[in-house]
Ligand binder design. Structure first.
Ligand SMILES: Nc1ncnc2c1ncn2[C@@H]1O[C@H](COP(=O)(O)OP(=O)(O)O)[C@@H](O)[C@H]1O
Ligand SMILES: [Mg+2]
Length: 607
């Protein structure tokens, strides 16, 4: 067997094994609407039996007519009754079809809701590391698409059920007449089936391999049309370049797709022709039998109908099955997503976070590298933060300051070494509890496209109606002055996403982020260069408040501005993943080391 064939073969196995993805999804379908599912199945079975009933009645009509023609004068007995039944069956079929559509549409809504919620629930459990990993992000994107795109598969499964029952009833008729006839039909349809599924698989491989390209396309489109990018895109004259890149990527995409479509057209037509040949061969045999008087005209009508019906049903079943198998491959992404388990979880008997904190944090030989990279961001780091101490961390970009904060909040865990809180490893505490005690404003804090109220309340969502508390937090961060100026005050929609939203400056958004942290009654407050958007004077003011508000509390502040850093009790200079030097501002200046040099440089700028 050459390697190409072997590859195709393994692709086949992958395709078949993807069918295993279906039962769990059926579980979700069932959970999203047991009654709708039950009713849908019942109606489908009834409606599946209609074609054979229609054909049988047609046979009776033809035989009655033939008998009437054979002996003129004799009234066609019961023929009008038969016609009425035929009409009734057709009406019933139509009505059932519409009812099934109605149930399908309702089930689709329920299913979308159910699966979206499950995806959100699962995403909420996952580690931050997952979200910072592009490969995972692709997986999440694909899983999200499942929520709506796999509805076609559900309808497919319903159709498959109906087609199978119809086929069973029709072929029972054909088989009763001649099993060979039926066998001929099946043999003719198999090549068509293989072709169909093969191309469906190639389609999947193509779509899968193109996910990163599609993401880039989305990104380019967003860049070309977004408000955030508009300024730079204009100034740099980037739009032509973006357009070119977009067009080039898309052309490539189209070319690869066209190749597949062309091959599918050629082979698909050929194989379909083969199937027709099988049908007409069988039909010719039936005509011969009738001509020789071995079949009545009614029987010919019924068998020809059942044969044509079976033949098209077999093709339908194969192509429905093929599309289900194809879609089941997409479900692999969904299952992979659900299989990703968070590593950072509370232990079974997790301790509650200490309140008050008595001993503070201790880093013991902490090493850390990000997953998928071997470069140590923190390298055997040792230091303590005492309760009530306000520590500033300084260091150039990329020295690991933000990483340090992520580790304290257990958004990541040390690769080796340990972080202790009150002498106990952080991993022993309940994660949720720990997060309740730590308030962090990250460098890239969120700007929620929500009301001013919500922008503060997300800090402690259960208090979103407690105006007094919200105002207090706003006062502490000076967001109160901004709110007072907003047309709708607390209820003002912020951001540009929704109609009537008011956009704020970076510094103003900042204050909302600060208010969120102040709203939480935390024991440890962390500001990670949150003031990049502020001018020196505003930053000084923010930190002065921060410093007042955190008196007696533990605080970590990360900043490049020495005017603010010097307000802290102790300064840690981080370099190359380790502590270069530490001490108070005066000690460090007196020492004449790295800090003193950086301080001099910055001070010189202001002279
Ligand atoms: N999610 C991540 N995955 C991989 N590397 C990262 C990630 N976040 C940060 N890094 C890398 O870790 C180093 C330290 O980053 P960071 O802690 O953000 O530095 P700082 O806050 O001091 O500027 C940098 O080299 C950065 O490129
Ligand atoms: Mg940082």
């Amino acid at each position: 067997m050459n390697s190409h064939v072997a590859a195709q073969w393994s692709a086949w196995r992958q395709r078949l094994s993807a069918l295993r993805n279906i039962p769990p999804v059926l579980g979700i379908v069932w959970a999203s609407g047991p009654w709708i599912v039950t009713a849908g199945i019942a109606l489908r079975i009834i409606s599946a039996l209609i074609p054979v009933a229609v054909m049988w009645v047609a046979k009776l009509i033809v035989d009655t007519l033939v008998a009437t023609l054979a002996s003129p004068g004799k009234p066609p007995e019961g023929i009008w009754m038969l016609v009425a039944i035929e009409f009734g069956l057709a009406g019933l079929g139509m009505t059932l079809g519409r009812m099934i559509d109605y149930l399908d549409a309702r089930l689709a809504d329920q299913f979308t809701l159910e699966i979206s919620l499950r995806i959100m629930d699962h995403a909420a459990k996952l580690d931050l590391a997952c979200f910072e990993d592009p490969a995972f992000y692709d997986k999440l994107e694909r899983a999200r698409v499942q929520a709506t795109d796999r509805i076609g598969m559900l309808n497919g499964i319903g159709r498959l059920l109906q087609q199978t029952v119809t086929l069973a009833s029709l072929s029972a008729g054909v088989i009763a007449f001649s099993p060979w006839l039926f066998a001929v039909l099946v043999v003719c349809v198999v090549p068509a089936f293989i072709g169909e599924s093969h191309f469906a698989f190639l389609g999947y491989s193509l779509a899968h391999s193109l996910t990163p390209v599609r993401r880039e396309l989305d990104y380019l489109r967003v860049l070309g049309t977004s408000r955030e990018a508009a300024k730079e895109v204009k100034i740099f004259g980037l739009s032509g370049h973006l357009r070119e890149r977009y067009a080039a990527l898309t052309r490539d995409l189209i070319a690869r797709n066209r190749q597949l479509l062309t091959r599918r057209l050629k082979w698909g037509s050929l194989l379909a022709l083969l199937s027709s040949a099988g049908y007409y061969g069988a039909y010719a045999f039936l005509v011969l039998q009738t001509a020789q008087g071995r079949l009545t005209l009614g029987e010919l009508t019924f068998l020809a109908g059942a044969l044509a019906g079976s033949s098209s049903q077999i093709q339908n079943i194969f192509s429905t099955f093929s599309s289900i198998a194809d879609q089941a491959l997409f479900l692999t992404d969904l299952h992979e997503f659900f299989r990703v388990q968070p590593r950072i979880q509370s232990k079974v008997n997790a301790l509650p976070a200490p309140r008050p904190i008595r001993d503070g944090f201790e880093f013991r030989d902490v090493c850390f590298h990000y997953p998928g990279s071997s470069r140590l961001v923190l390298n055997r780091l040792n230091f303590r933060i005492e309760p009530g101490e306000r520590v500033a961390v300084v260091g150039e970009n990329g020295q690991g300051k933000t990483t340090l904060v992520k580790l304290i909040a257990r958004l990541y865990e040390p690769t080796s070494g340990a972080i202790l809180l009150d002498g106990v490893d952080l991993r022993e505490y309940s994660v949720e509890d720990l997060h309740r005690e730590i308030g962090i404003i990250f460098q890239d804090f969120m700007r929620y496209d929500m009301t001013a109220r919500a922008n503060i309340a997300v800090g402690r969502i259960e208090d979103s109606a407690n105006d007094a508390l919200l105002w207090q937090a706003a006062f502490k961060s000076r967001a109160d002055e901004i709110i007072a100026r907003l047309p709708n005050e607390f209820e003002q929609m912020l951001g540009r996403r929704f109609e009537g939203g008011v956009d704020l400056s970076g510094g103003e958004w900042q204050k909302f982020a600060l208010a969120r942290a102040y709203l939480r009654d935390v024991q440890v407050l962390v500001l990670d260069e949150p003031t990049a958007a502020l001018d020196a004077a505003a930053e000084y003011e923010v930190f002065r408040r921060f410093s007042e508000l955190t008196r007696g509390r533990m605080a970590i502040l990360i900043s490049h501005r020495f005017s603010t850093v010097r307000m802290s009790d102790r300064i840690i200079v981080l370099e190359g993943g380790n502590i270069r030097e530490q001490g108070t501002h005066h000690q460090l200046v007196a020492r004449g080391g790295r800090y003193a040099r950086l301080f001099e440089m910055q001070a010189a700028n202001y002279r």
